[in-house]
Write a protein that binds this ligand. Structure first.
Ligand code: PMP
Length: 405
């Protein structure tokens, strides 16, 4: 059992008032808030230990290098990867997916090949593949969804033709909360020797993760959505793929030897970490992951399920409110619209009541198109939210109805 009040005290931002009302933060899908220990860690690193990592002979540099590499080990453990060589620090999910789209694409995508994505994807897991397809003369194929916002798995076999060279799929939909049965999907793809990239931007913070058990070939996530700093992220890649992919950026740190005639690459994972990395943020990300571990991922899943049930029941009691995405398996994120009221108007009124929700297409325009709408109001909750806050949201929505109904 989590003590939510104690947990809330770990997050300084949550105790503030906006427009003189207690802040209700239901925009965790866009970015999560940061616990004090993460904020403190960043301050401590800059105030007391800052020094560029790798190859430094002096005290601060070698200490910072040790901390950076220890952070990599923390990430490895958190996602249950087999080796630290398989953990690449990046600037976020977008950067991780672009890295794979470029480097994997250079090595393995040829004219006429196909890249399979799904209708549930965030633009970050569509556009990099479109760029690759254009560059290489390949094409993009799309696995559609049903009316509940679940993938039409019955169409997967047919779409996984021998032309498909990679399947890129989100673990969890940011826009409507669907949790995809990724293990089953990966198995189907692997039966045909097709590698799979999982976009874990909305998955990593909502429960246990074991990339070896899932057998995914790549896993991408952002630090800022898992209570860590902005500008950090991770790409997990199976060693066999990372070894056979060329680097996508050249510069310092990613080389073994440079000459005008021929340059050779550093060993994994540094081959993919060109330039001075955001090492303080990566170390603070490890602090955030340790924080999640201390809260307990099973506890998080249990409590967030309870929140989802309560939110879903409460919203269903509001006349004229329609929920988009009614998959059996969901995270604590609900997208909805109230009859005839524009999502922007709903969001603006809720804001004045101190309630932060996201409105719009959630960087998922193809998904919105398939749902036949322009956008939704999205409440994305996490383990520091409460049922009382959900009650406040529902009261707010009744006010919205009074004003616009
Ligand atoms: N994929 C999904 C499913 C997301 O929710 C997001 C962020 N909203 C991204 C990718 C992109 O993440 P970032 O902007 O942190 O790179």
């Amino acid at each position: 059992m989590l003590n939510i009040q104690t947990i809330r005290e770990d997050f300084p931002v949550l105790s503030q008032k906006v427009y003189n009302k207690p802040l209700i933060y239901f925009d965790n899908g866009a970015t999560s808030q940061k616990p004090e220990i993460v904020i403190h860690k960043l301050r401590e690193l800059y105030a007391e230990q800052n020094s560029s990592i790798h190859r430094g002979v002096h005290y601060l540099s070698s200490k910072m290098t040790e901390r950076y590499e220890a952070a990599r080990e923390t990430v490895r453990e958190f996602i249950h990867a087999g080796k630290v060589e398989e953990i690449v620090f990046t600037a976020g999910t977008t950067a991780s997916i672009n890295l794979v789209a470029f480097s994997f694409g250079e090595a393995f995508i040829h004219p006429g090949d196909e890249i399979l994505v799904t209708e549930l994807e965030h633009h970050s897991n569509i556009v990099p593949w479109q760029l690759l397809a254009e560059r290489k003369g390949a094409s993009l194929k799309v696995l559609p969804i049903n009316e509940k916002g679940e993938l039409k798995l019955e169409m997967l076999d047919e779409l996984l033709t021998e032309k498909v060279k990679i399947l890129a799929i989100t673990q969890v939909s940011n826009a409507i909360g669907t949790i995809n049965p990724v293990k089953e999907i990966i198995q189907k793809a692997h039966d045909k020797d097709i590698p799979v990239l999982l976009d874990g931007a909305q998955g990593v913070q909502h429960g246990e993760l074991d990339v070896q058990e899932l057998e995914c070939d790549f896993y991408a996530f952002s630090g800022h959505k898992v209570f860590g700093p902005n500008g950090t992220g991770v790409l997990y890649g199976k060693e066999k793929w990372l070894e056979s992919m060329p680097p996508c950026q050249g510069g310092g740190d990613m080389i073994a030897n440079v000459s005008f005639e021929k340059t050779t690459w550093a060993d994994l994972p540094l081959k993919f970490e060109a330039g001075t990395s955001n090492y303080p943020a990566a170390i603070a990300l490890a602090e955030a992951l340790n924080y999640v571990t201390s809260v307990g991922r099973d506890n998080i899943v249990t409590y967030e399920k309870e929140l989802l049930g309560y939110l879903s029941k409460s919203l269903q009691m509001i006349e004229g409110l329609k929920i988009y995405g009614t998959s059996q398996d969901k995270i604590s994120t609900i997208s909805f619209l109230i009859n005839g009221i524009h999502h922007q108007d709903t969001g603006m009124i809720l804001d004045k009541l101190g309630i932060a929700v996201r409105v719009g297409n959630h960087c998922a325009q193809p998904l919105m198109k398939s749902l036949g709408i322009e956008g939704t109001v999205r409440a994305s909750l996490c383990f520091y939210n409460t049922k009382e806050e959900i009650d406040q949201l529902c009261n707010g929505l009744e006010k919205v109805k009074q004003m616009f109904g």
